[in-house]
Ligand binder design. Sequence first.
Ligand SMILES: [Fe+2]
Length: 247
Amino acid sequence: MYSIDFNSYYASRASLYSVSERLLEEKNVFIIKNFPPDVRLMEEYACALGTPSRVERSEGEASSIVQDVTEYQTAKKDAYGYEIFSTTNKFFPLHTDQYCNKECCDYVGLHCSTASQEGGESIFITVDGILSSLNAEAIASLQNPAFASPFGGRPILSKDEQGRFNIKYNMKDILHCQETGSYRMGKNIVSLLEDFEAIVHGQAQQVKLEENDLLMMHNKKCLHGRQPFPSGQKRLLRRFRVFKNTL
Ligand SMILES: [Fe+2]
């Protein structure tokens, strides 16, 4: 995993931001070591990269930009009534964030405030890593708008303005959308999805975050997830999501 050190950029915050933007585009995923556990600094960093997503603050949270990701005694539920994996200690399969949003964020940051003693490794795979594991037929099929979403069928792979691939994928959400929505996927599409899920998990890399690691990921250029960890470890990550500013 490529990493830089926050302390090397302490005197020049502007260069930390520009290096981060470059690494997000070039490497798609990297770590900033020794990022202080300071929510205000995380907010500043998120705002420097673009426009952060804001959500209603949960009880005890100090920010509408930076949210706590931790195991709750009772898992939180999404709009469909399904468990949100990030509020549990369970295995969290590979995905991009905000699959059910029309426009999903460009960047996701996860700051490790309290590491888990055991388990909880972050898993990830870049879109280039995915493409190199697929044959031409699978790559073509994944570009068809054949996968369930709240807005009808959509592709998993699509091209950006530079002609390079973007990915939008969350197996759980796709299957929920099929169950609850009007868009029906054929058996061949479901089996394509199952194959894809197995391939990406077979090729994914993993990293154990240490305290004050800030894991930065391009949400349209890589999938991320998490290994399970034993309950009651007080593992705490802080997450923010950013939309790139467009000129
Ligand atoms: Fe996520």
